[in-house]
Design a protein around this ligand. Structure first.
Ligand code: ZN
Ligand code: ZN
Length: 355
């Protein structure tokens, strides 16, 4: 069954089809990534419209839909909808207001169903990875692991966060990455207390903890890893924080299995951190799913209880952030399997100290 057929099988009875416009949803369903395109899904077939930049490769690559050259999009969509007798079409929550209005104004006689159902259904399909998707995520992570080993030779006192980020990114590209999964985070010393610090001009010093959160993109798929390393001798408290985060990370991961609650995994890590005296120092969620996007659902979060099904890739990334002083985060990716989980990240998790 193609991904589009899977979606059709899940469409509620009250609709005749769906318009899929957002880049990653349409890329997922057609197995063709492009910056431009509109996917129209009907019960009797699907049509993918794209412009001349993509038409040649789209005709060869798109799965489960007829490929049509884009002309005047709104009129074209209206005509195709008439051909398929479509009166009620679902649209995604991801549409911008301008995009929604373009379809609404162009489609006289068609009702757009703008509830969350279409986006939720596609999210659920995307949450369970196919073997070829897992292979790409693992390939992206292999590049990320190798880049980490290379960067350890580069980090030394006097080097700036920006230089570390640039070198990391160059390493990933050299190792075969198509691009970055997201803007790399390199946070040294007191900047480490900000979980999403932007790499700056701060020079690394002896006694720093340096947190690097980065990932490669391969075949459209993201990897995501965080490691915190020590430069020179660190203080007792920095070591205590590191070991607490590591224990939280390992404890939460050990409890991962199909059908388990993401909220419960988050609570396991949070309890370890709270018990060590760092309640309130772990402000973000324990983890998220990822794939074509760096953040996907389900999540491991106190804010909402998600069930983690087999076939889902999750990050496990607890951290402790002490304002104005330092921070530690350790992040791996796991695949939820039929009988537990598989760790997808190869890099060492014990503290690495660089001279
Ligand atoms: Zn990350
Ligand atoms: Zn992450």
């Amino acid at each position: 069954m193609s991904r589009i057929e899977k979606l059709i099988a899940k469409l509620p009875e009250n609709c005749d089809g769906a318009i899929i416009f957002s880049m990653t949803n349409r890329g997922y369903l057609t197995e063709f990534m492009s910056s431009d395109g509109t996917l129209l899904v009907f019960r009797d077939g699907a049509v993918f419209i794209t412009d001349s930049r993509y038409i040649e490769i789209a005709r060869k690559t798109v799965k489960g839909a007829d490929v049509v050259l884009q002309d005047k999009l709104a009129e074209q969509v209206a005509e195709i909808c008439r051909d398929h007798g479509a009166k009620e079409l679902m649209v995604e929550q991801e549409l911008t207001l301008a995009q929604f209005r373009m379809f609404r104004d162009g489609l006289a006689g068609v009702t757009l169903l703008d509830g969350p159902e279409l986006s939720d259904t596609i999210r659920e399909l995307r949450a369970i990875k196919e073997p070829k998707e897992i292979e790409l995520i693992c390939g992206a992570q292999e590049i990320t692991d190798k880049a980490f080993l290379e960067i350890l030779n580069f980090i030394r006192p006097g080097v700036t966060e920006k230089q570390v980020a640039a070198e990391l990114e160059y390493c990933m590209r050299k190792l075969g990455a198509d691009g970055l999964a997201f803007g790399s985070i390199v946070a040294s010393g007191e900047n480490g207390s900000m979980p999403h610090a932007v790499p700056g001009d701060r020079k690394i010093r002896k006694g720093d903890l340096v947190t690097m959160d980065f990932g490669a993109k391969l075949g459209g798929y993201c990897s995501d890893m965080t490691r915190t390393v020590a430069v020179g001798k660190i203080k007792e408290e920095q070591l205590k924080i590191y070991n607490t985060v590591l224990e939280a990370h390992l404890s939460a991961m050990a409890a991962a299995k199909p059908g388990c609650s993401g909220k419960a995994l988050d609570a396991i890590a949070r309890e370890v951190i709270d018990a060590a005296g760092y309640a309130g120092c772990f402000g973000h969620s324990l983890g998220h799913s990822l794939g074509l996007d760096i953040h996907e659902t389900p999540m491991c979060t106190p804010a909402r209880d998600y069930t983690l099904p087999a076939g889902t890739v999750m990050t496990i990334e607890p951290g402790i952030y002490v304002e104005g002083k330092w921070g530690v985060r350790i992040e791996n990716m796991i695949l939820i399997t039929e009988d537990g989980y598989r760790n997808l990240t190869g890099s060492e998790r014990a503290l690495i100290t660089l001279d």
